[in-house]
Design a protein around this ligand. Structure first.
Ligand SMILES: Nc1ncnc2c1ncn2[C@@H]1O[C@H](COP(=O)(O)OP(=O)(O)OP(=O)(O)O)[C@@H](O)[C@H]1O
Length: 355
């Protein structure tokens, strides 16, 4: 297992993406800690500007080099360089680099949606939360990053492909949401087997080469579970606000807690839990029937010390032939309204976090 000095040497050779000086030169390695028994390295890095696509690239480079040197898992936190230090290096930025610092995603809040296992409704929640945020007047993007199980284009009833002009990818817009999916980049629904660097390149492309314009929120529908792919993606993403989706069964909540733990370990911030398939409203008895049990969402929220943002019942959206989108609830559908309530809570929480 590598020691702290080796970690500092390896990362010290990488460059601050804006200052184009090595992290050793900028003294950008703030903290290194190593858990020998778990072969886990966590580092805190200060860069000129945080929350940028450039940070994502650096993040991937750090994960790559540390894993290459023997770390099994890597945690990275970013902070901004002290203004006095920044001053020291100012003047080295060319106009193109200065333009980079004004990248349109700089003020975007990232929201990732995760689940402990497949089939609990993570994609349904991602799509409807994105649409609800757009219905509230926000500028919203959605990345379907569920590389094996991409389903967002079908769920939203997307019939077109993104346009590519001069090497720039223009996302498809549906219900006011700009969307891009792994599904657009594989032929004939073929299974995808990307991992490691290849996966990183594809994700990087989603941030850098897609013409998002200015966005308030960029949602990411993550792969389900706590396996290698989910871990890779967690490590490669910019720091995000994460929502964990579960069903009400206590066992499902238990599995979802592991996804939450993975998010925290990879320095994402859990903002809440959404319980899906919470009940079924019987037409016959008029009663709520708790088909999948009760209490899972609350239990998970307690465990992750986060809010239960909402509970979504079982039930399909009405199908409108003329505007087919099989998983999008209409604004005036009771579930559509529940998603508006959740979106308001999310906006509120993230605004508070900013203050
Ligand atoms: N509240 C709900 N009521 C009825 N059906 C639902 C509800 N939520 C999800 N479903 C259905 O359950 C199935 C799984 O949902 P979805 O694809 O959103 O789950 P997922 O967690 O993203 O799965 P995976 O990660 O495996 O792709 C879909 O057929 C979807 O239409």
């Amino acid at each position: 297992m590598i020691n702290e000095q080796q970690v500092r040497e390896i990362i010290g050779a990488l460059k601050d993406p804006f200052l184009h000086k090595t992290l050793a030169e900028t003294e950008g390695i703030v903290e290194v800690s190593i858990k020998e028994e778990k072969e886990h390295v966590s580092v805190k890095i200060a860069v000129a500007k945080t929350g940028t696509p450039e940070q994502l690239t650096l993040q991937m480079e750090i994960v790559d080099v540390l894993k290459g040197a023997g770390a099994k898992s890597v945690g990275i936190r970013f902070s901004e360089l002290d203004p006095s230090k920044l001053e020291q290096f100012r003047g080295v930025a060319t106009p193109a680099e200065a333009q980079d610092m004004l990248s349109p995603l700089n003020n975007t809040k990232f929201i990732s949606i995760a689940s402990g296992k497949g089939g609990v409704g993570k994609s349904t929640v991602s799509v409807n939360l994105a649409v609800a945020l757009a219905r509230l007047g926000k500028k919203v993007g959605l990345i379907d990053a569920d590389i094996y199980g991409f389903s967002v284009p079908d769920m939203m009833g997307v019939q077109t492909m993104p346009k590519v002009v001069d090497d720039r990818i223009y996302p498809v817009e549906r219900f006011g949401v700009k969307m891009i999916s792994m599904g657009f980049f594989v032929e004939n629904n073929a299974p995808v087997v990307w991992r490691g660097p290849m996966l990183g390149k594809v994700l990087d492309q989603f941030f850098r080469d897609v013409e998002w314009g200015e966005l308030d929120y960029l949602l990411l529908d993550l792969p389900p579970g706590t396996g290698d792919i989910a871990l890779d993606i967690h490590q490669m993403l910019p720091e995000s606000n994460e929502i964990v989706v579960t069903t009400p069964h206590p066992t499902a909540a238990f599995v979802a807690a592991r996804a939450g733990a993975m998010a925290i370990k990879t320095n994402h911030h859990i903002i809440g839990v959404i319980e899906n398939m919470s009940w079924f409203q019987s037409d016959v008895s008029g009663q709520k029937e708790f088909v999948f049990g009760k209490g899972g969402g609350n239990k998970l929220a307690e465990e992750l010390r986060a809010d239960l943002l909402g509970q979504i019942p079982l039930g399909q959206p009405e199908i409108i032939e003329a505007d087919f989108a099989p998983s999008v609830y209409a604004r005036n559908h009771s579930t559509g309204q529940l998603f508006i309530d959740i979106a308001e809570k999310v906006i509120d929480q993230l605004d508070k976090k900013d203050q």
